[in-house]
Write a protein that binds this ligand. Structure first.
Ligand code: NAD
Ligand code: LMR
Length: 343
């Protein structure tokens, strides 16, 4: 019997390959994973090897990439795999990239917030983005490293300094929040999870994660109470912590994140290939609120970000959530910008 993970990956891959393209006929696309030997990096590399849009898969880490690359390269799919290790090979790993996915950096342990990762991960992201600006300035960047609320602003500042910033190319990956919101909603609403849609807006930490269950489809079999919605919201906001605590010191979400990262990367590749109506939630430069970065539904296209979509109508509870998240998200954005300008 197929597991839920296998079914989900199967569905995602079927969706990816069902549009006009068969292996070998899609445009060549080079995808780079930075942090490819890590807890997320390894399963994400495997999922990208399964993606029929990928013709070249470049796996980079500071250690361990030759083994991961050799292993993944034996999978009989289109992508040619190459492993790169150490800073001296970073340029080679990045050159001619269409899409760079960044799951490099340290994960949380129980009791930590994502912001507690800032001191280590900010420097890692800054160095990797400096190399991206030099070796593949036109590539789309999918930022997974936490705290995403700050690492995306750091990346934007690094690219601005290098003169390569294009707001259409930089994405904070918040897909795991959407994946969780869909899963938790389907369970409570008694609807098949495969068909569920729930936008998640704001950012990617605690209360800055704002699922919009008032816009969830399909509607629940019996109306969800206010208490149900509050509990679903809290569980979505605390989803990362739920995993960190269950892993008890051995890191944070890796498998579900690899799945979510592969979904978002797939959407970016579909957009680059000119497929219509590719819409996902992502944390991007935005004018949806007064904050310079904000997660909402976005339309992806040939140049990356085609359109930042609005929030739609919010319930009173969601409206309050939106106002409550702004100070924290603003502070995280400012912290990232300050770090980049001082370093
Ligand atoms: P991990 O420790 O298992 O793997 C991280 C990898 O990054 C390691 O292989 C390490 O060698 C590598 N690395 C460190 N410095 C590097 C550098 N300078 N260049 C290239 N690679 C480098 O951690 P993980 O569980 O894979 O998590 C990675 C990051 O993703 C963490 O910051 C975590 O908080 C974040 N994360 C984000 C989301 C999200 O929804 N956006 C979800 C889960 C985890
Ligand atoms: C998640 O949402 O699972 C990630 O951001 C990792 C974490 O630290 O919670």
């Amino acid at each position: 019997m197929r597991s839920a993970m296998q079914r989900a990956v199967g569905t995602a891959l079927r969706r990816a390959s069902s549009r006009n393209y068969s292996s070998g006929t899609t445009p060549p696309r080079k995808v780079v994973v930075l942090g490819a030997a890590g807890g997320i990096g390894q399963p994400l590399s495997l999922l990208m090897k399964l993606n029929p849009y990928v013709s070249q898969l470049s796996l980079y880490d500071i250690a361990g990439t030759p083994g991961v690359a050799a292993d993944v390269s034996h999978v009989n799919t289109r992508a040619e795999v190459a492993g790169y290790m150490g800073e001296e090979q970073l340029g080679k790993a990045l050159e001619n990239a269409d899409l760079v996915i960044i799951p490099a950096g340290v994960p949380r342990k129980p009791g930590m917030t994502r912001d507690d990762l800032f001191n280590i991960n900010a420097g890692i992201v800054k160095n990797l983005c400096t190399a991206i600006a030099k070796y593949c300035p036109g590539a789309l960047v999918n930022m997974i490293s936490n705290p995403v609320n700050s690492t995306v602003p750091i990346a934007s500042e690094v690219f601005k300094k290098a003169g390569t910033y294009d707001e259409k190319k930089l994405f904070g990956v918040t897909t795991l929040d959407v994946v969780r919101a869909k899963t938790f909603y389907a369970g409570k609403a008694g609807v098949p999870v495969e068909g569920v849609d729930v936008p998640v807006v704001g950012g990617h930490a605690g209360i800055t994660i704002l699922p919009l269950f008032s816009q969830a489809t399909p509607k629940a079999n019996s109306t969800l109470s206010e208490e149900d919605i509050k509990a679903l919201t809290k569980r979505t906001q605390d989803g990362g912590t739920e995993v960190v605590e269950a892993k008890a010191g051995k890191g944070s979400a890796t498998l579900s994140m690899a799945y979510a990262g592969a979904l978002f990367a797939n959407a970016c590749l579909k957009g680059l290939n000119g497929e219509p109506n590719v819409v996902e939630c992502s944390y991007v430069q935005s004018t949806v609120t007064e904050l310079p970065f904000f997660a909402s539904k976005v339309r992806l296209g040939k140049n990356g970000l085609e359109e930042v979509l609005g929030l739609g109508s919010l319930s009173e509870f969601e409206q309050q959530g939106l106002e409550s998240l702004k100070p924290e998200l603003k502070a995280s954005i400012e912290k990232g910008i300050k770090f980049a300008s001082e370093n």
